[in-house]
Every structure is written in C-alpha cells, then in structure tokens.
Design a protein around this ligand. Structure first.
Ligand SMILES: NC(=O)c1ccc[n+]([C@@H]2O[C@H](COP(=O)([O-])OP(=O)(O)OC[C@H]3O[C@@H](n4cnc5c(N)ncnc54)[C@H](O)[C@@H]3O)[C@@H](O)[C@H]2O)c1
Ligand SMILES: [Zn+2]
Length: 323
C-alpha cells in the first residue's frame, strides 16, 4: 500500500515487464516511465475494445514478450481492465499487476479481478475474472488527475458508502472534494477505507453469486445510460443510483433519498436525467445481472445497507416508464 512508483522495480524485473498506459498518464508522468518497456494507448472508453487488444498483442509479439513477461497496467480503469484482459489471454495467461492512477481505478476498477472490454453498446460484455499479482498505489499520480475525473471516482466512493458504510457516508456529507484534493493524508485514508470495503466483498464472493452483486448499485441503469449518452462512468452510475433510490422507496420503504441526492450533488455529480426510456430499457435487458425474465436489482433499505431484490422485467419496465 502506498509505496511509491519506484517500488515497482522491487516487485517486477524491468527487463521482463511491459507497462501499458495511456497518453494522458504518460505525458503527465513521462519521467516515471524511464527505463521501462512501455506500450502507450490512446485514452478513453472507446478504446476499451477488441481492436486495441489485437494491436497490443501484436506489439507484445514484436517485443518478444513470453510466458515470463509481466504486464503492468498504469492508468485509470480503462487501462487496468484492458491490461488484465490481455494478460489473461496472451499465451493463455501471463502475470499482471496494476498501478491505478485515477481515484476510480484506485477504489474500484483495479480491485476484484474483473477484466474485460466493451462490445458495441454493451459494457464489459467480454472478459474474465482473474486476480492481479499486485496492486501498487502511489498518490502522486492524483496530482495531475483532472477535477471531473476526481468526481467520477467519488461516485464509486459514494456507492460504497450507500451499500456498506453509513459512517463514511456522514464523513462525505461533512467533507468536500476540495478538502480531499488538498490533503493527501485524508484522501489516502479514504481510498484505503474503500479498498478494504471492496476487497472484503470480493474475498467473500469472488464469482458474484451473492454479496458482490451489491457493488452493482446504480450500475444496471447506469451502464445502459453510459453507452447511449456521452457520460463518464461515474456520472452515469450517479444517475443510476438516484433512480435505484427511487425504486427503493417503492419496494423497500427506503426513506433517505434526499441525503443520497445531496451527497451526489455536493460532489458535482448529476442526479436526474431525461432519457429515451424505451431505448435504455432495451440495453438494460441485456445486462449481465439479468436471469431469464427477472433481474437482480440492487436497492437500499437504508444508507449503509444495500439489498439484492429480484424484479421481473415487466415490473421494471413499468417502473422505468413512470420515471
Ligand atoms: N474491473 C472493474 O471491476 C471495474 C470497476 C469499475 C470501473 N471499471 C471500468 O473502469 C473504467 C473507468 O475508469 P476511469 O474513470 O479510471 O477511466 P479511464 O482509464 O478512462 O481514466 C479516466 C481519464 O483520466 C485520465 N487519467 C487517469 N489517471 C490520470 C492521472 N493520474 N493524471 C491525468 N490523467 C489521468 C485518463 O487518461 C482518462 O482520460 C470503465 O471502463 C469501467 O467499466 C471497471
Ligand atoms: Zn462502477
């Protein structure tokens, strides 16, 4: 935990390591990449696709990467997802590790072993669950992270608070983004707390048979919105969380919607959106959480207590049409 990037040399021999990053991270931290074999990708979700996987694999063959090579994803969630995926299929699987550089990848994407790519409008449609050998945290990367990307990451932090940690929710209410951005120790503690929440859930349910589903709070509708509209992942799930609260009011008697909306707004995240319900419902029906004619939807009983409820697609369509 929080060792500093230079520690990477101690865990992974530079000669047999290939770093995968994107242009933004590389340009902002070029000196850290000195002495490492690196593959630099174009930034953005639209590159989290098979064509990028093919291009990286060709590069790896050119670089003569073999079964002893370790791939290290240095970047946000797009980079960690795609690195983990490539490492899992290249030569039937080689070692990989992560250095997450965005708040979102630190608290969420790099943890839990889900690695994959998008297919058309379907997010993370292809992938595997395979754990990285290591995750190295260096808070120095956050110094260059744009404000909107901080907000994007805080959506997942607020999600963790909603489903698991009411005390952290209160802390987020009291605090502010500015405060976290200017105090490295405070943000480091917050990130550690979130890593622990996610890692504990994944440890108890790696293959998402039960509890791990809670981490999808806000994501069912969120993913459908994210691919149809130009939204960042955090913005999309923020809207998804708002609607999940609204469904919770109907189905679990949840009464704290205002506080959830309040915190999301405090961290500059969008809460309501007008959207084409039919179009979004069509994408939503393909969600991985769907099981035949029913869908597992994550709702809140109260702040700090997420629950999994089965909703029929029919009932869901009727609720969404009334939004
Ligand atoms: N595998 C999982 O369990 C999991 C969980 C949550 C999210 N995700 C995935 O993560 C992705 C979203 O993550 P993200 O928001 O980190 O995406 P991202 O990788 O696109 O990073 C966001 C932006 O910030 C830039 N950036 C990252 N670190 C920077 C730094 N230190 N300085 C300057 N710029 C920096 C990137 O270049 C990019 O433009 C989505 O694809 C989502 O599906 C995966
Ligand atoms: Zn997410």
């Amino acid at each position: 935990m929080a060792y500093g990037f230079s520690y990477l040399k101690k865990i992974s021999e530079p000669k047999s390591t290939v770093l995968i990053t994107d242009e933004n991270v590389y340009n902002a931290h070029t000196k850290r990449f000195k002495g490492w074999n690196s593959i630099i990708l174009k930034p953005g979700e639209e590159y989290k696709v098979q064509a990028t996987v093919d291009a990286v694999i060709e590069k790896l063959i050119e670089m003569e990467a073999d079964r002893n090579t370790t791939l290290v994803g240095v970047g946000g969630g797009v980079i960690t997802d795609i690195t983990g995926y490539i490492a899992s299929v290249y030569m039937r699987g080689i070692k990989f590790g992560f250095v997450p550089t965005s708040v979102l990848s630190m608290v969420d994407a790099s943890i839990g072993g889900k690695n994959g790519i998008d297919v058309g409008v379907y997010k993370n449609m292809v992938g595997i669950i395979r754990q990285p050998s290591f995750i190295l945290y260096d808070m120095i990367f956050l110094n260059t992270l744009p404000d909107t990307e901080w907000e994007n990451g805080f959506a997942e932090i607020i999600k963790h608070a909603c489903i698991k940690d009411s005390a952290m929710f209160s802390e987020l209410e009291r605090n502010s983004l500015k405060n976290y951005q200017s105090r490295q120790k405070t943000v480091c503690e917050l990130i550690q707390r979130n890593v622990k929440i996610k890692a504990a859930v994944v440890k108890r349910d790696e293959f998402e048979k039960g509890e791990r589903r809670l981490l999808n709070f806000g994501h069912t509708l969120g993913h459908a919105l994210e691919t149809q509209y130009e939204l960042l992942h955090g913005q999309a799930i923020s809207i998804g969380m708002t609607y999940a609260c609204q469904i919770s009011e109907k189905l679990t008697g949840f009464k704290q919607m205002e506080r959830v909306v309040g915190v999301l707004e405090k961290y500059n995240l969008p809460t309501y959106a007008s959207f084409n319900k039919q179009k979004v419902f069509e994408v939503l029906k393909m969600d991985k959480k769907r099981e035949r004619k029913e869908m597992n939807y994550i709702l809140l009983e109260r702040i700090g207590k997420g629950v999994i409820r089965t909703i029929s697609l029919k009932q869901l369509e009727s609720i969404i049409s009334k939004f």
